[in-house]
Design a protein around this ligand. Structure first.
Ligand code: AMP
Length: 219
């Protein structure tokens, strides 16, 4: 079934900890767009100990980006599947201009384009505090935050009862380096500004207010 947002392609941009993952899950529910998270895809591969997972894990555990070649190939395979033909929301991709151009080219082959690039902005001090308190369900991937969005029972997923864990790369010693290496580069933001699809959202509001602002931006 096609939703209201059929054939719309959205990229969510923001530094690690800006709330991209949480907001992407919410926007996906509200818009019925498929949610494509390269971070989730890599984590799935790490969990299943695939060759791709082993390669990606070397970079992920150091808070570095996985090489473009590998990431782009995985992403292109993902968007070639049927469920991504009627629009999608990308979370964590693209991270740089090379990836953005690869996405533009792939969508252009289907007569589509990125319709909205939503940049969630949060100050550095706030990001460090947030990344430290993040928990994720081992079973269904739902995200929680100790301070902002805690589960009803500590360590247990509200949605499926699964066990919650902290990501390797959310350890304090990795967080700082991730922030430095993984902020959306100015050139990437410029790429979407030039295409007239960039909208910036204040990510320091409440979770609900950020969701509302994002939905308003794509209306
Ligand atoms: P995320 O869940 O988006 O924070 O991604 C977790 C980790 O996966 C990142 O720290 C990177 O190592 C890797 N990753 C995710 N998306 C990308 C991407 N588009 N390009 C390169 N590496 C990525």
């Amino acid at each position: 079934m096609k939703g209201l947002f059929a054939d719309v392609y959205i990229v969510l941009l923001g530094p690690p900890g800006a709330g991209k993952g949480t907001q992407a899950q919410r926007i996906a529910v509200a818009t019925k767009l498929v949610h494509i998270s390269t971070g989730d895809m890599f984590r799935e591969n790490v969990k299943n100990q695939t060759e791709l997972g082993k390669l990606a894990n070397d970079y992920m555990s150091r808070g570095e980006l996985v090489p473009d070649e590998v990431t782009i190939e995985m992403l292109l395979e993902r968007i070639s599947r049927d469920d991504a033909r009627a629009g999608a929301m990308f979370d964590g991709f693209p991270r740089n201009v090379v990836q953005a151009e690869a996405l533009d080219a792939a969508l252009a082959r289907e007569g589509a384009k990125v319709d909205f690039a939503l940049l969630i902005s949060v100050r550095d001090e706030e990001l460090v505090a947030r990344l430290g308190g993040r928990w994720i369900c081992r079973n269904c991937g739902k995200l929680y935050h100790e301070r902002n969005d805690p589960p009803k029972r500590a360590g247990v997923c509200d949605a499926c009862g699964g066990e919650l864990y902290q990501r390797e790369d959310d350890r304090p010693e990795v967080v700082q380096s991730r922030l430095e290496k993984q902020k959306p580069p100015a050139a990437l933001i410029e790429h979407y500004r030039k295409a007239h699809v960039l909208k910036e959202i204040d990510g320091e509001q409440s979770l609900d207010a950020v969701t509302a602002a994002l939905l308003e931006a794509i209306r």
